[in-house]
Ligand binder design. Structure first.
Ligand SMILES: [Zn+2]
Length: 426
C-alpha cells in the first residue's frame, strides 16, 4: 500500500474492506463476504459510497485492508486516569477502589487533572477515536474542578462529552437535584447528567428526582447502574418500570448493568423487553467488570460480571463496549484502544463474527448519542472519519492489529505501521 502525504485532503479511499453492519442491506456479496468499497470525500465529509471500480485512480487504494468508521469511546473516566502509581486500593472490588479514589482526589488540582486527561484523550485519538465520552465524579452538588477543567480540553478531531457522575444520594432532595441538572445544562455543549446507582445507596425517591430534573433541563442520561452481582440491585428493574409509565424526552445510556447477569433469566428478559421499547442503550465495560466483580483475595473468580449483551441484542436493545477506567484504582491497566476493549469483550462474552458484526460495538455513534437518524456512520454527508488496519485480516482482527492509519475529516492524521519484520533463523 502506497502512503499519501499526511494532513493533505484526500479525495477518498478505494478497495476498502468494510464490515457488513456498516454497509447498505443490498450491498453485493461474494462467497459470503462483501465486495470492497470506494468512499469519496469532499470537504472532509463522505460524498459517495459504492462497490470498488477498477478505474478509481484518484482515490487512495487500500488493497483490501480492513476499514472501520471512526472509533468511539463511549465510557471513560479521564478525571481518574493514570493515577495507579499513587492510588492502589486496599482490597479487591468496586467499593475498595472508590475508597482509594477518594484518597487520591486531594491531588486533583487543575494542572494534575489537565495533564492526565489530555494524555488519555491524545492516546484515544491516536488509536482512531473521534468521539469520547468521559464520566466525571461530583463530590457534592456543585461542579468539581475536573468538570471545569475537562471543558477546556481540546483534541483536534475528537468530540468530548462530559457526564456528571453524581452519587444518587445528592438527588434525594428535589431542589438539589434540580440545581445539579441546571448546572450541567448551563455548562456548555456535550454535557450529560449521570449517577452512581447501586444497592448500597438505593433510593427510589432520589431516582425519580434524577429523572424529573434531567427531563426538566432537557438532558440525556448516562447512568452507572447495577455495577454489582447478586439479586439486591434494583436500578434497571426500577428504570424499566418507570420508563414504561412515564414519558422521558431524552436518550439514556445504562452503563454496566452487571446484575442482569446474576438475577433470574425471566426477570432479565422482561427488563430487556421493556427497555427495548425505550430510547435506551446498554454499555458493557468488560475489562473493569472482569476485574472488579466476584473479586475476592486468593480466589479465582467464578462469575464474569458482564451484562447480558447477547440477550440485549436479541431483544433489540442497542449495545456498546467501553474501556471504563484506565490505569487507576479501579483498573491498573488499559490503553484507550477500543480494539483492546473489543478483544476482551470477545472472550468474556463469547462474541461471534467480530469484524463484520460486533465491531459496531466500538463504532456506532448514533447508538451512543441516541441520534434520531440512526444507521451506518458511513453515509453521505457524515464526517469522513475512517480507521484503516493495514496487514490485519478479519480472522486475526481485533488481535495483533496495533498497526493503524487514522483519517479524520478526510485527512490522514495518524499512522503507525510495521515497517520491518525480521526472522532470524539458525
Ligand atoms: Zn465507569
Amino acid at each position: 500500500m502506497s502512503m499519501p502525504m499526511a494532513q493533505t485532503q484526500l479525495n477518498g479511499i478505494s478497495n476498502a474492506r468494510l464490515p457488513v453492519w456498516a454497509l447498505p442491506a443490498d450491498w453485493p456479496m461474494h462467497h459470503g463476504e462483501p465486495l470492497t468499497a470506494d468512499i469519496g470525500f469532499a470537504d472532509g465529509m463522505i460524498s459517495s459510497l459504492s462497490p470498488t471500480k477498477s478505474s478509481q485512480c484518484a482515490l487512495w487504494n487500500l488493497d483490501g485492508a480492513l476499514v472501520l468508521p471512526g472509533l468511539i469511546e463511549p465510557h471513560a473516566h479521564l478525571d481518574k486516569t493514570f493515577t495507579i502509581g499513587r492510588s492502589r486500593p486496599a482490597g479487591p472490588g468496586l467499593l475498595a477502589a472508590i475508597d482509594a479514589m477518594q484518597q487520591d482526589r486531594w491531588h486533583w488540582n487543575a494542572q494534575d487533572i489537565h495533564q492526565r486527561a489530555a494524555q488519555g484523550l491524545a492516546r484515544a485519538a491516536a488509536h482512531g477515536v473521534s468521539h469520547l465520552r468521559t464520566h466525571i465524579d461530583w463530590f457534592d452538588a456543585t461542579a468539581p474542578a475536573a468538570w471545569l477543567e475537562m471543558a477546556k480540553l481540546e483534541q483536534p478531531g475528537v468530540t468530548l462529552e462530559r457526564v456528571a457522575l453524581v452519587p444518587l444520594v445528592f438527588f434525594a432532595d428535589a431542589a438539589t437535584a434540580d440545581a445539579i441538572a441546571q448546572a450541567v445544562a448551563h455548562s456548555g455543549e456535550h454535557g450529560l447528567l449521570g449517577g452512581f446507582i447501586h444497592s448500597s445507596n438505593w433510593d427510589p425517591a432520589a431516582m425519580e428526582n434524577l429523572m424529573l430534573s434531567a427531563a426538566r433541563w432537557h438532558l440525556n442520561l448516562d447512568l452507572h447502574i447495577d455495577e454489582e452481582l447478586g439479586k439486591t440491585a434494583n436500578g434497571l428493574v426500577w428504570l424499566a418500570e418507570y420508563l414504561s409509565n412515564h414519558e422521558f424526552p431524552g436518550h439514556i445510556c445504562c452503563s454496566h448493568g452487571c446484575a442482569l447477569a446474576s438475577g433470574g433469566e425471566q426477570q432479565a428478559k422482561q427488563v430487556l423487553a421493556l427497555l427495548a421499547k425505550q430510547r435506551v442503550t446498554l454499555i458493557a465495560l468488560p475489562m473493569t467488570n472482569l476485574l472488579l466483580q466476584d473479586a475476592v483475595v486468593g480466589r479465582t473468580p467464578r462469575q464474569r460480571g458482564i451484562t447480558l449483551l447477547k440477550e440485549a441484542q436479541t431483544a433489540g436493545v442497542p449495545t456498546l463496549l467501553g474501556c471504563d477506567n484506565v490505569q487507576d484504582a479501579f483498573c491498573p491497566a488499559g490503553s484507550y484502544d477500543p480494539l483492546d476493549t473489543l478483544t476482551c469483550g470477545m472472550f468474556a462474552a463469547q462474541l461471534e463474527d467480530v469484524f463484520d458484526q460486533q465491531s459496531r460495538l466500538i463504532c456506532d455513534l448514533a447508538v451512543l448519542t441516541g441520534a434520531t437518524r440512526a444507521g451506518s456512520p458511513l453515509v453521505v454527508g457524515n464526517a469522513a472519519n475512517i480507521v484503516i488496519f493495514p496487514g490485519s485480516d478479519r480472522f486475526t482482527w481485533p488481535l495483533n492489529s496495533a498497526a493503524r492509519l487514522v483519517i479524520n475529516h478526510g485527512k490522514l492524521i495518524y499512522q503507525r505501521m510495521w515497517d520491518q519484520e525480521h526472522i532470524n533463523e539458525s
